[in-house]
Design a binder for this molecule. Structure first.
Ligand code: ZN
Length: 258
């Protein structure tokens, strides 16, 4: 928490009243949200609801990084964007929506593809990272940078009718993403949403869970998803949670780290 605590205005007290009355959040938790700096990688299906709820919740500084533009085929699920913004960079569209929802949030849109250098710079100046990207190469890059910067990472993924979410943070004893997913699946075994399809409301559920777990992490409410992977089967309406652990031979956070 890098910013000094400032008293809430009357408008903020009214805006956040339903959080402030919650025992697990309260005024202290709401101040922590205001002081927090959260980085969201990807303004797509998962990033859209995550950003909407983090913005509405009053996270003080939200950075969003994405190099894509809004397309018509995004609009079935990427609910932060609108038809009138087709062709606009997603980070600009997201910033515009967030400004309309909550003017107290400072939004930093970064129109770029994440690489190692940018990740190192961004992760060092944020408290928490959310990864809603859709490919293993970026997820591994995000994980490496999060481990290097000792930042907690909430990473989620969706395909067709199934989603998953976990919190990865070796600095507090939890596994890193690569402990749990040590190798990229063979080509064809993990098809993209474009190839395999995705149920539109599914990222709404899982992306909202990302925001919810982020708010818990920032405010200290509840036990969170350290060492647990939550899997949601939307077709059957079932969730299950499996225990996950650090691996000594993990190339990112284990003894084999370079
Ligand atoms: Zn690891």
């Amino acid at each position: 928490m890098t910013e000094a605590m400032q008293p809430f205005t009357e408008e903020e007290l009214e805006r956040y009243a339903r959080h402030i009355v919650l025992r697990e959040i309260g005024g202290t938790g709401q101040q922590r949200l205001k002081a927090a700096r959260v980085l969201v990688v990807g303004a797509g299906g998962l990033g859209s609801p995550a950003l909407l709820y983090l913005g509405a919740a009053g996270v003080g500084h939200l950075t969003v990084v994405d190099d894509d533009v809004v397309s018509v085929s995004n609009l079935q699920r990427q609910v932060i964007h609108t038809t009138g913004r087709v062709g606009m960079p997603k980070v600009q569209s997201a910033a515009q929506t967030l400004a309309e929802i909550n003017p107290h949030v400072k939004v930093e849109p970064i129109e770029a593809r994440l690489d190692d250098g940018l990740a190192a710079d961004l992760f060092a100046r944020h408290d928490l990272v959310l990864d809603g990207t859709d490919n293993f190469a970026t997820r591994y890059l995000v994980n490496r940078a999060a481990v290097a910067a000792a930042r907690p990472l909430i990473s989620a993924a969706i395909t067709q009718w199934e989603g998953q979410i976990g919190l990865y943070h070796p600095a507090s004893g939890a596994p890193c993403y690569q402990c749990v997913f040590p190798a990229e699946p063979a080509p064809g075994l993990a098809p993209s949403c474009a190839a395999a399809g995705v149920m539109g409301a599914l990222p709404g559920v899982v992306g909202s869970m990302m925001a919810l777990e982020a708010i818990k992490e920032i405010t200290g409410a509840g036990p969170g998803l350290r060492g647990r992977l939550l899997i949601y089967d939307a077709l059957y309406g079932e969730t299950r949670t499996i225990a996950v652990a650090r691996r000594d031979d993990c190339p990112v956070c284990g003894g084999g780290a370079v």
